[in-house]
Design a protein around this ligand. Structure first.
Ligand code: PFF
Length: 450
């Protein structure tokens, strides 16, 4: 059966969609606080080096395999395999990838639902409806399920409209909005007292930490999660790129944008934390580290916004809008992975597939919410700490060892006939063969025993 596949209409469309997938909640709240607690600019430096020397090559592995196959990860890994056995192992990895992508979405939708709830709470504050605002920011099963469902409905709406009508259209609209909002917030935060102290913490390098294994592993983990590697999202986006597109260049643009936005988010979050400290909000944990993750977003920053009066309500509204936008452009890429499989391998119509997969993922999210203590962190750890590196390892092995080198080169030549003379072809094949798998394995071993 032949199915007409979607395709990104332009380079801009692809770069917005793929950087939209990469830029998510991880960049805006994970990266800045990690940098602050791991040596400031020293972490930044290690992160930048690893993003370009290791995460970028792994991203290229997914993009090239995807573009060659013009298919989902299951058929793509089968296609590049020399025999049935290796093909079946690849197909199994592709299926594992789509399960992990769905599980990541099931917790991401919960967190994104909180962002939307906080956004609406700011609107309620603006209109003085205090009871509603309090309900929206309080942790309750009803609120959690309701906003997770709203978020999933948004995803289903976008993905059911297809590659150009859904993913590309919304990414090209939302990514510029995200960048502008982030830049405006950064400029605003620098007008407040205490911001420069945060900037100092962010940018002053503590080189005594630069060679600590913990710092390197953290920076590498951040870079991999941040570029959405290991679950087939970049592979499926790669499969929608036109054949004449120069892959190393567009992959480089996506990496650059992802890194730039993470770094820019640091100029917002760290100064904002010290502004909060300046207005009497506690920003350190008992052990003296900076507060991070959920407490940062849902306690420290809201307390800061509250202390700022009416201006604070507007800043809060803009901030949670930014977080919701960042979440949507990432989550649609996760949903596209199982949906593309259902369409291409099972012959299901896109709208039905999207609705069906969306319902299954919403159901998993409900199970997590109803057993929050047991499942929430367990799913995050299982997917991001263990599954993503392992599957990333498999993609590198298929690009570096399984797929024939001359076929790979032929694929790259489609977008750049002289590629074999350039730097990329001199370095990348070795990276993806040896350096990437070994380093990923090292992170994996460290995350089990570390
Ligand atoms: N890159 C996203 C972030 O930084 O928040 C997270 C992510 C998106 C992970 C898509 C995995 C994925 F497939």
């Amino acid at each position: 059966m032949s199915i007409i596949r979607g395709e990104f209409s332009s380079r801009f469309g692809f770069v917005m969609a793929a950087s939209g997938s990469a830029v998510g909640l991880g960049n805006i709240w994970g990266f800045p606080t990690q940098a602050a607690s791991n040596g400031g600019a020293a972490f930044l430096l290690v992160y930048l080096i690893l993003a370009f020397t290791l995460a970028y090559p792994a991203l290229m592995a997914e993009l090239i395999i995807g573009r060659h196959a013009h298919a989902n990860a299951v058929s793509a890994l089968r296609l590049v395999s020399p025999n049935r056995l290796i093909g079946n192992i690849g197909a199994l990895a592709g299926i594992a990838g789509l399960v992990v992508a769905s599980l990541i979405l099931s917790f991401y939708a919960i967190v994104a639902g909180w962002m939307i709830a906080f956004f609406f709470a700011s609107i309620a504050d603006l209109f003085g409806i205090e009871a509603l605002s309090v309900w929206l920011i309080s942790f309750s099963t009803l609120r959690n399920i309701m906003f997770m469902l709203i978020f999933m409905a948004l995803n289903v709406g976008i993905i059911s409209a297809g590659v150009q009508g859904g993913i590309e259209r919304w990414s090209t609209r939302l990514m510029p909005v995200l960048l502008t909002t982030l830049a405006l917030l950064v400029i605003y935060v620098f007008t407040l007292d205490g911001a420069l102290e945060g900037l100092r913490v962010y940018l002053l390098p503590d080189f005594s930490q630069i060679l600590s294994p913990g710092l390197i592993i953290n920076a590498l983990g951040s870079a991999f999660f941040s570029l959405s590697l290991g679950v087939g999202t970049m592979l499926i986006y790669g499969s929608y790129i036109k054949d004449n597109e120069n892959l190393p260049v567009v992959g480089g643009m996506v990496t650059l944008l992802d890194v730039m936005i993470a770094v820019l988010a640091g100029f917002l979050v760290l100064p904002a934390m010290y502004v909060a400290l300046h207005s009497g909000v506690e920003i350190f944990t008992d052990s003296g580290d900076l507060i991070s993750e959920d407490t940062l977003i849902f306690t420290v920053l809201p307390e800061l916004f509250y202390a700022m009066g009416v201006t604070g309500i507007i800043v809060s509204l803009i901030f949670f809008f930014l977080m919701s936008v960042a979440a949507v452009t990432s989550s649609i890429s996760m949903l596209e992975v199982p949906v593309a499989y259902a369409i291409e391998e099972r012959g299901i119509d896109r709208k039905i597939a999207t609705f069906g997969v969306g319902c299954v993922i919403a159901l998993i999210s409900c199970c997590i919410l109803l057993n929050f203590e047991t499942f929430f962190s367990a799913v995050i750890i299982f997917t991001t700490r263990y599954s993503q590196p392992l599957l990333g390892f498999v993609f590198c092995i298929y690009a570096g060892w399984v797929w024939q080198r001359d076929l790979l080169l032929r694929e790259l030549r489609k977008g750049n006939p002289n590629i074999s003379e350039g730097l990329f072809w001199k370095i990348w094949p070795w990276y993806v063969r040896l350096v990437c798998p070994l380093i990923i394995l090292a992170i994996f071993v460290q995350s089990i025993w570390g």
